[in-house]
Design a protein around this ligand. Structure first.
Ligand SMILES: C[S@@+](CC[C@H](N)C(=O)[O-])C[C@H]1O[C@@H](n2cnc3c(N)ncnc32)[C@H](O)[C@@H]1O
Length: 252
């Protein structure tokens, strides 16, 4: 789908919000509260290790708050969920996280008011990446941190997938047009449609640098054991990173 054309549709915000609204329950049941190995074995430990000393942290697009809760546990400080979907904010509050309605592109926080921000599996769904990055850079104080976790763009490039080539006797990852930015609405499970904007890795790194961040660390971890154990077929992707973690520091 053409990103520019979609942006020109005056209803694009409402269309996207409807998708997130209708699939909030699917996310909450399938990926939170300890049921997903990629979170329990990989994402949450990675985040917890990198937030020491930060007292007030925003969990941007935080959903029902699993990252916010892990961050508060690690720091002893406060982590606040910001999400545009009411059912996510309500569940975050019920599960014990402070939470407010808001979007990454328009954070309801004053400038330089927080010590850090985390955005986990959110920014690859946003149409206006630069606006969201600028908002995070505005809210985070100088020397604060920003952890940006993404589905790795290599695996998410449209037209990519595992190819079983019987003639060659090989299974390999086919990579689609990696450098082309592209909006797709993917059916990730039956009747579950999620918007993805594919962008190359450099787009995220350079976008964040342009708003005043410097890159401190980048991780491309192998999928965790609990994920690989779900299917024999996953052994073929054991050496491909599903997750990308970019750790930034806000420059003064
Ligand atoms: C894949 S879920 C990830 C939730 C959470 N970060 C986690 O890791 O459990 C994506 C989340 O992004 C939220 N979202 C969608 N559009 C957003 C926007 N423009 N700004 C902030 N969050 C958004 C959705 O409501 C949803 O909670």
């Amino acid at each position: 789908m053409d990103l520019k054309e979609f942006m020109e549709n005056p209803n694009h915000d409402a269309l996207l919000k409807d998708l997130w609204d209708s699939h909030a329950g699917w996310w909450q049941r399938g990926f939170t509260d300890g049921v997903d190995a990629e979170y329990t074995e990989q994402i949450i430990p990675i985040v917890k290790k990198r937030v020491a000393g930060l007292r007030l942290i925003l969990d941007v697009g935080g959903g029902e708050g699993q990252i916010a809760r892990a961050v508060s546990e690690a720091t002893g400080g406060m982590s606040v969920v910001v999400d545009p979907i009411l059912s996510q904010v309500r569940l975050a509050l019920r599960r014990g996280s402070p939470a407010v309605l808001g979007s990454a592109e328009n954070l309801p926080f004053a400038s330089a008011s927080v010590d850090g921000a985390v955005a986990c599996l959110v920014f690859e769904h946003l149409l206006e990446l630069d606006r969201a990055l600028s908002e995070v850079a505005r809210a985070v104080r100088p020397d604060g941190r920003f952890l940006l976790l993404l589905n790795h763009p290599i695996l998410q490039t449209p037209g990519s997938g595992l190819i079983d080539d019987a003639d060659l006797g090989e299974r390999y990852w086919r990579l689609g047009p990696y450098l082309r930015e592209d909006l797709s609405v993917e059916e990730v499970e039956k009747d579950i449609f999620i918007p993805f904007v594919h962008r190359p890795l450099s787009r995220y790194v350079n976008g964040a640098i342009a708003t005043g961040f410097e890159l401190v660390e980048m991780l491309e971890p192998a999928p965790p054991d609990g994920f690989l154990a779900r299917s024999d077929a996953y052994a073929d992707v054991a050496a491909y990173p599903r997750l990308l973690v970019l750790h930034f520091r806000r420059c003064s």
